[in-house]
Design a protein. Structure first.
Length: 183
């Protein structure tokens, strides 16, 4: 079934919240404590999705099965957080339902974010990923992402070790044209 990547709108909030909650359960079942995963619900994610989709500085994209419009993946991107002067973009979230992995959907969402960054004149981009999320790390490395550092973040009482990856403008331009992942 064909898949379309498009800009998300506020009306997509429930569908994206459902995909977000399911992706967390699928992706992090072996990586995060059960109580943290149980706290990620569709209802809980909905309010956050409305905020994200209403924020003009953040662009969100969804991957949908064209025939039925189901959201099977999404990505959020915008200016680099915690930057004094913003010439860099950041991918805040990129998730694809597990049964759709390996079909180029993640790369399509990734490329949509890069095109957004290039359109804003950003000269580089970054993202963070759990250190233990080997599959995601391989994907970002295949797209030319370079490991830069490790940081610690906190969700509730859980501390998470995250790897920071970065891309320079030449790699972004190549990826934005769809040339890219060594899939």
């Amino acid at each position: 079934m064909p898949v379309t990547v498009r800009k998300a709108v506020v009306d997509d909030a429930w569908a994206v919240a459902a995909a977000h909650a399911r992706c967390w359960q699928e992706t992090y079942a072996q990586l995060l404590p059960a109580d943290l995963l149980q706290a990620v619900t569709v209802e809980g994610r909905h309010a956050a999705r409305v905020r994200v989709l209403s924020d003009p500085t953040i662009k969100s994209f969804v991957a949908c099965r064209t025939a039925v419009g189901d959201v099977i993946g999404f990505a959020d991107c915008g200016p680099l957080r915690n930057a004094a002067r913003c010439v860099s973009g950041e991918i805040y979230a990129l998730y694809v339902l597990a049964d759709h992995h390996g079909q180029g959907i993640g790369f399509g969402l990734f490329a949509a974010c890069i095109r957004e960054f290039l359109g804003r004149g950003f000269t580089s981009m970054k993202l963070s990923v759990l250190v233990d999320n080997r599959k995601a790390r391989r994907f970002y490395e295949m797209t030319g992402g370079r490991y830069e550092s490790t940081t610690i973040s906190r969700r509730g009482e859980t501390y998470l070790e995250e790897a920071i990856y970065g891309w320079a403008s030449a790699a972004m331009a190549r990826l934005g044209r769809g040339e890219g992942a060594n899939r």
